[in-house]
Design a protein around this ligand. Structure first.
Ligand code: AMP
Length: 431
């Protein structure tokens, strides 16, 4: 027996159905906002993440799966997808050929060597978007609102959207100076991580979760007192757009996020399930001012956001938001006897070619065992074929919800099913 590696997990059966459902809803919302899919490699040059995510972040300092390949190149399993996605836009020269903004959505596994705990894995799935090429409060608001809608469609109520602005360069230079002075008085008594952050990335001290440090952080200078006129105006415009569409938010001046490329507005979606479980932020993102240029592209800005599918699935399971998404089979086919088995085998193939999901019992089972199988597969109808049916060139169709059954000629079968499933809003009718 081999166990899965620590921090990884198998996504199978119902769990996989849940993931597909969540991914499908998110994808649909993005497509409806004219986002296009980007699939970039899982392995990238380590340097890409040093440049983008930042060499002072926890992700780059402690969490990357980095190795030398056989050609002695330093390779990293991507810890996030924004860097690769923006790199792909630059490489494909999309900023020269396409209308701005370039809108991308992505889905795939990421790797971070973190301590595994509730809602935290070493391999996890992220769904996200990047909207690149436009510096506009409208675009920042669009991304925030789009995911707010997507989460509503998934059934989330009582979402908590935390939002902050890191201001522009002038804001951050002045603010960092003030923080430097303030934390300078206390840093000796703060945690080891904060000592490190004090030297490398002082803003990240604001994110520290250590109780004793929180008290010191609570009295630190407030970022909002340092906004330049321009960054205050920009932030207010984003907030006003959220107000106009009725998206509720909470301004959190200590929200910094763990990736260095963010510059202006940053945000996170939080949710506590009814039983009080909190798996950490469901998703988060923000505006980036320098990333595109840093990766060799033109001087364009962007905004992005990413969600962890594991966390979404966990809270949705806790709050029964995934109930009733099971599709079940359209049909379960039951042959009675050897001769019928062969006809049913052929019939099964014919029905799937016509778009009806089905399964056929090819093992020797009695009638009641076959009905049990149909039930376990959540089949809507059973198709029964015995000697008589073969002789008469027909099948028996039984509606498993109402128990009504009818004999239908093989030549009329698809027409009959189309009508039956049409009544139940079957997807064949929608196409
Ligand atoms: P980030 O890329 O750090 O901004 O994270 C965005 C989202 O990805 C988070 O809100 C989580 O939902 C998810 N996420 C980040 N790290 C992990 C992890 N180690 N395990 C599971 N989900 C994660």
């Amino acid at each position: 027996m081999y166990a899965v590696l620590k921090g990884t997990h198998d996504i199978i059966l119902d769990e996989a159905d849940y993931y597909s459902y969540i991914e499908e809803v998110l994808t649909r919302v993005c497509i409806s906002h004219n986002y296009r899919e980007f699939r970039t490699p899982i392995i990238e040059s380590s340097d890409l993440f040093l440049r983008s995510v930042g060499d002072s972040t926890d992700i780059v300092r402690k969490e990357m799966y980095t190795f030398l390949d056989k050609g002695e190149r330093s390779i990293t399993l991507r810890p996030e997808i924004t860097a690769g996605c923006v790199r792909s836009m630059v490489n494909a020269k999309l900023f020269a050929n396409m209308d701005y903004p370039v809108k991308a959505y992505y889905l795939g596994p990421n790797f971070r060597y973190e301590r595994p705990q509730k809602g935290r894995y070493r391999q996890f799935l992220q769904f996200g978007v990047e909207c690149v090429g436009s510096t506009s409060p409208y675009r920042d608001a669009e991304v925030i609102i789009m995911f707010n809608n997507a989460l509503k469609m998934l059934g989330f109520n009582n979402l908590k959207l935390k939002i902050n602005s890191l201001g522009d360069e002038e804001t951050r230079i002045n603010y960092k100076k003030a923080l430097n002075e303030y934390f300078g008085q206390y840093i000796d008594s703060m945690c080891e991580d904060c000592k490190e952050r004090y030297k490398t990335n002082i803003l990240r001290i604001l994110d520290c979760k250590v109780e004793a440090d929180r008290e010191i952080i609570g009295k630190a200078p407030k970022l909002s007192d340092f906004y330049s006129d321009e960054s205050k105006k920009y932030f207010d415009s984003v907030l006003s757009l959220l107000d106009k569409v009725g998206v509720e938010y909470e301004i959190d001046n200590t929200l910094v996020r763990g990736l260095d490329y963010y510059t202006g507005v940053v945000f996170e979606y939080h949710y506590t399930s009814k039983s009080g479980q909190n798996y950490g932020a469901l998703g988060g993102g923000g505006h980036y001012g320098k990333l595109v240029k840093e990766l060799g592209g033109p001087d364009l800005e962007g905004v992005g956001c990413a969600f962890g599918i594991e966390r979404l699935a966990s809270v949705m399971k806790d709050d029964n938001l995934l109930e009733g998404i099971e599709q079940g089979l359209d049909l379960y086919i039951m042959p009675l006897g050897e001769e019928a088995r062969e006809s049913c085998f052929i019939l099964s193939n014919f029905l799937s070619l016509n778009g009806y999901s089905n399964d056929v019992c090819l093992e020797s089972k009695n009638f009641s065992q076959m009905f049990k199988k149909a039930e376990r597969r959540r089949a809507k109808y059973a198709i029964i074929v015995g000697e008589n049916e073969i002789k008469n060139d027909e099948v028996v169709i039984k509606n498993l919800a109402t128990q009504e059954q009818t004999n239908v000629k093989n030549s009329d079968l698809i027409e009959y099913l189309d009508e039956e499933f049409g009544e139940h809003d079957h997807e064949h009718e929608e196409e």
